[in-house]
Design a protein around this ligand. Sequence first.
Ligand code: ZN
Length: 281
Amino acid sequence: MDFTDFSEDQVNRYARHILLREVGGTGQAKLLDSRVLVIGAGGLGSPVLMYLAAAGVGTIGVVDDDRVDLSNLQRQIVHSTASVGRPKVESAKATLAAINPDVKLRAHEMRITAANAIDLMSQYDLVADGSDNFETRFLVNDAAYFARKPLVSAAILRFDGQLATYKAHVADERGQHGPCYRCIFREPPPPGQIPTCAEAGVLGALCGTMGSLQATEIIKELLGTGDSLSGSLLVYEGLSANFRKIKVKADPDCPLCGRHPTITDLSIHEGASDGRVCAVR
Ligand SMILES: [Zn+2]
């Protein structure tokens, strides 16, 4: 799409973006041509989906196999009381269509698995992880690396959140690249070591804080503007209102993106169980 093709309504809808030098008409047209895959229509997925739709990201895919439960509504703001019992992808699709009819929402009512992850990701420009368990988080990291897609990943538990961008498949002119999730967190923790959101709780508004930061980083990556978060881990501690940005490097011994990789396909994820825990540590 070209800026000159914008309808009057589109010029009006995106006026505050078009005013920004870093976005402008060209950037807005780029967003309308962009395709983002969001893993999970839950606490993080809700604000991510809503801000991406409002921003005019033209194609948004959402993967989730769950239905809306009353206990979700304290934080999963893309769903409403009337949607309890409906598939989350359907409920999210209705909300996004009401926000912005420019956006095509592709509802993938399924669990992301080793068998479908790379094929699914290959249909999009960028992957956003808002999943609620470590198995999915590692699968999404490995699949995004093989599919060569940037991954913007957020995680939450209780009052705390983390955010990072992983682009280990992109090397600079010196052959250097940023870390993947496995460079920082080598493998999933043993089951039961990290409490789940259902066991430990999560502040609803924290999902909004982290999901909005995630949406901002996604839009920056799509536009290629500002400083990429790749190479940093942003940690937010809600109770002390404290942000920390920690430098993280690629690990040359990483089994996925290192010099001598031992993970060369998604076979280690085949037959994974269905454990659901919040992915923050
Ligand atoms: Zn790595």
